[in-house]
Design a protein around this ligand. Structure first.
Ligand SMILES: Cc1ncc(COP(=O)(O)O)c(C=O)c1O
Length: 307
């Protein structure tokens, strides 16, 4: 049979992703191409024990359908976590659990963009997100990345040229692929420009916890007084990417639409994975784990570091 595929999928070129995955599979190669976290940073013993306990004590909960928004107690834990660590918690915002941060990019595009709409991205940016935007028929408008993050003066020009842009996609911490971290001043400027041009912001922050030196920089979401920033978080680099647990914080109205969009994708994020993250957050010290991970990554950056 001859298959005819949709324009959405036909426009995507898998070759770059395939090449990246090929190189990470070769044990002789230390690949900087994909965002695979260090396996020695996975909390393996904790995960094994919690997984065992879940299937002993909460078997049916783990095996049954759950609600699309996510497991309630996990939502409460995450809400407290982002408030405490990132100063995220604006009145009028909501949080749902997603299947990785990848699903946040997908839901954001699904609820905000029609075919032909423009998404503004850093140039270069994460290929997975770019492919997601493209798969919805979005036009991409790039803004160069400098050593201290997105060139916000150029952003203003790009917005002037694309006044109907639907949102600005940014990875402010250790940007993939450039590695650049956006300065606090630029974050504020980006937010002010977004307000001036009445455009939303999608802040993708998978790497913020992996900082090995210097001070944490406030999230753009923590500057958000108007409900125009949607924040994508993930446990992929903190626990493991295989569990596929992420979350999104944003204006309740947008999150409600995302929930409807998620229903037709996966109904809900796997209950077992959500329970795993919930118990891990309850039983272990997040800050201690992050400090431990940072020593692992600091050693990778500079193998001479001894502690
Ligand atoms: C910038 C960026 N966003 C999102 C993701 C995907 O995250 P998740 O595993 O939570 O879907 C990655 C993965 O490497 C990434 O580099």
């Amino acid at each position: 049979m001859e298959y005819t595929f949709s324009n959405k999928i036909s426009g995507l070129k898998p070759s770059a992703v395939r090449e990246i995955l090929k190189s990470t599979a070769d044990p002789e190669v230390i690949s900087f191409a994909a965002g695979n976290p260090a396996p020695e940073a996975f909390p393996v013993d904790a995960v094994k024990r919690i997984a065992h306990d879940i299937f002993e004590d909460e078997t049916i909960l783990a095996l049954q359908y759950g609600v699309t928004e996510g497991y309630g107690p996990l939502i409460d834990e995450l809400t407290a976590l982002v408030k405490r660590r990132l100063n995220i918690g604006r009145e009028g915002d909501a949080l749902i659990v997603t299947s990785g941060a990848t699903q946040v990019m997908e839901l954001m595009t699904k609820v905000l963009c029609n075919e032909g709409d423009t998404v503004i991205t850093e140039e270069p940016s994460f290929i997975g997100s770019l492919n997601c935007f493209r798969s919805y028929g979005c036009h991409l408008a790039g803004v160069p990345v400098e050593a201290d993050g997105m060139d916000v003066d150029a952003l203003e020009d790009v917005l002037n040229a694309n006044p109907k842009a639907r949102f600005i996609y940014t990875i402010p911490n250790f940007q993939n692929p450039s590695g650049a971290t956006m300065s606090a001043a630029k974050r504020q400027k980006l937010y002010d420009i977004a307000c001036k041009h009445n455009v939303m912001v999608l802040e993708d922050n998978p790497y913020g916890d992996l900082r090995v030196s210097g001070e944490d920089v406030p999230t753009i979401k923590s500057l958000d007084t108007e409900g125009r920033v949607v924040y994508a978080g993930t446990f992929s680099k903190v626990i493991s990417p295989g569990i596929r647990v992420g979350y999104v914080v944003g204006p309740a109205e947008v999150i409600a639409k995302m929930t409807v969009g998620k229903q037709t994708e996966d109904v809900h994020t796997a209950m077992f994975a959500q329970l795993l993250v919930y118990h891990w957050l309850q039983e272990y010290d997040y800050d201690e784990h992050v400090a431990h991970m940072r020593t692992i990554y600091a050693k990778k950056l500079n193998p001479c570091v001894t502690s």
